[in-house]
Design a protein around this ligand. Structure first.
Ligand SMILES: Cc1cc2nc3c(=O)[nH]c(=O)nc-3n(C[C@H](O)[C@H](O)[C@H](O)COP(=O)(O)OP(=O)(O)OC[C@H]3O[C@@H](n4cnc5c(N)ncnc54)[C@H](O)[C@@H]3O)c2cc1C
Length: 389
């Protein structure tokens, strides 16, 4: 079998790994437009559920990732200079570049042909029995086949920027700072011995009020650095690991009515996104790869495997997307929730994913699956959570 994955992100690389493990004789290629070792973003967080998925499907990848991951304990909420509130918990983090290097090494060791500096033109797709569109949130393949996949892409209201810093946030940190133009906050966590991820977010009113719509990238970073001088302890914000300057963006919320068409299948962010505030996109990309691998083991005919993949994964993803929507809606209305008492605020922050906005969306989504098994499962999950919200 000839399999081509477009995109060497977690989805494309992990599916390539599992494909070789499932069928060592398969011809598996990954095509990536960026040079080797270059990607966007900084560190990503994950939890035991992703480790569990990796261990169950390829213990060697799990071992490699865990050996190099940073484990963090506790989450703190800082409001201005107030005493922090603690939310407990633990998780892992790893640099995105490093994670992709590990997955690439594992794929190549199994015989996958990973080709960098290779941009795929959706108008001239390579010949394959199965073509996996793992080309990310702005998938050009999805855009080319809009009538077939029927995607919906909605832009979030808030602005965010994904930066790095040498300040080591040993504890997962949410820090909120009040400016004359409104609140700005950061999600910060260390992911190796030298760097932390810093994602800053604010409403469009605050973004414009601070002049971030007109300042150039360096001046914008200097402004944010100034606002968060206390949190950053004098450390600089670093724009981009790949050399280009990171822009402020609005989060793109992606869903697709159909996840496959003929020999093509969407995977990872090309198929669905979940707001970064719930840190799930990498895990879902890995789980998609596992889901398609399992479907291909269970069904010898490709159309049956692709149908089973969409059925199972779309249900699991819709639950996460409901939580993600609730979380992003909560952050879009931070000013309504923020309270000078950090403990009360931390509690609201912690329970944000169970807010009715996301659960209602899940119910709405469930109706699109009509009375099928997936729809019934979604409806009962959403109703149960709405009851306790
Ligand atoms: C601010 C922010 C913070 C995040 N934090 C976390 C986190 O903490 N934890 C977590 O789990 N997730 C996080 N995510 C989400 C996570 O980064 C994504 O969900 C995940 O990378 C999706 O994997 P993917 O393989 O589908 O896509 P990607 O990782 O985006 O990979 C797609 C690849 O396809 C390549 N490509 C695109 N078009 C072409 C083409 N035409 N030809 C060849 N190659 C192409 C791209 O260069 C890219 O390398 C975060 C996202 C954001 C925006």
């Amino acid at each position: 079998m000839k399999i081509v994955c477009v995109g060497a992100g977690p989805a494309g690389l992990y599916f390539a790994i599992l494909s070789k493990l499932r069928d060592p004789a398969a011809e598996v290629t990954v095509l990536e437009r960026n040079p080797r070792g270059v990607t966007y973003g900084w560190g990503v967080v994950f939890w035991d559920d992703m480790v569990h998925g990796l261990r169950g499907s390829d213990p060697e990848t799990a071992r490699m990732v865990l050996a190099d991951a940073n484990q963090w304990h506790d989450q703190e909420v800082h409001i201005g200079g107030e005493r922090p509130a603690h939310m407990g918990g633990y998780g892992y983090s790893i640099g995105r570049t490093h994670l992709l290097n590990l997955l690439t090494a594992r794929a190549e060791a199994l015989g996958v042909d990973v080709r960098f500096d290779t941009e795929v033109d959706p108008a001239a797709l390579p010949d394959a029995d199965l073509l996996v569109a793992a080309d990310g949130v702005n998938s050009r393949i999805r855009s080319r086949y809009t009538d077939e996949f029927k995607p919906t892409v909605e832009s979030g209201r808030n602005y965010y920027i994904w930066l790095g810093t040498r300040k080591l946030f040993n504890v997962f940190t949410f820090a909120f700072e009040r400016t004359p133009a409104g609140w700005v906050w950061l999600h910060g966590y260390r992911f190796n011995d030298e760097h932390s991820t810093c994602i800053f977010e604010c409403t469009p009113e605050t973004w414009k009020g601070l002049g971030l719509d007109t300042l150039d990238t360096d001046a914008g970073l200097a402004k944010i650095q100034d606002v968060f001088a206390r949190e950053l302890g004098g450390h600089e914000l670093i724009s981009q690991s790949g050399g280009t300057k990171t822009p402020w963006l609005n989060f793109a919320d992606v869903t697709n009515q159909n996840w496959h068409h003929e020999n093509m299948v969407l995977m990872g962010d090309a198929a669905h996104t979940t707001h970064f505030s719930i840190g799930s996109g990498t895990k879902l990309a890995v789980e998609d790869a596992i889901g398609l691998d399992q479907a291909m083991k269970a069904h010898s005919a490709l159309p049956d495997a692709l149908a089973a993949y969409q059925r199972d994964r779309s249900a699991a993803v819709a639950v996460r997307q409901g939580s993600a929507r609730a979380s992003s809606a909560w952050f879009e209305n931070v000013a309504q929730h923020i309270d000078t008492d950090p403990v009360r605020f931390a509690y609201a922050l912690r329970t944000r994913r169970e807010q009715p906005a996301g659960l209602s969306w899940m119910l709405h989504r469930a109706t699109q699956y009509k009375a099928g098994q997936v729809g019934r499962r979604l409806i009962s999950t959403a109703k149960r959570r709405l009851k306790s919200a």
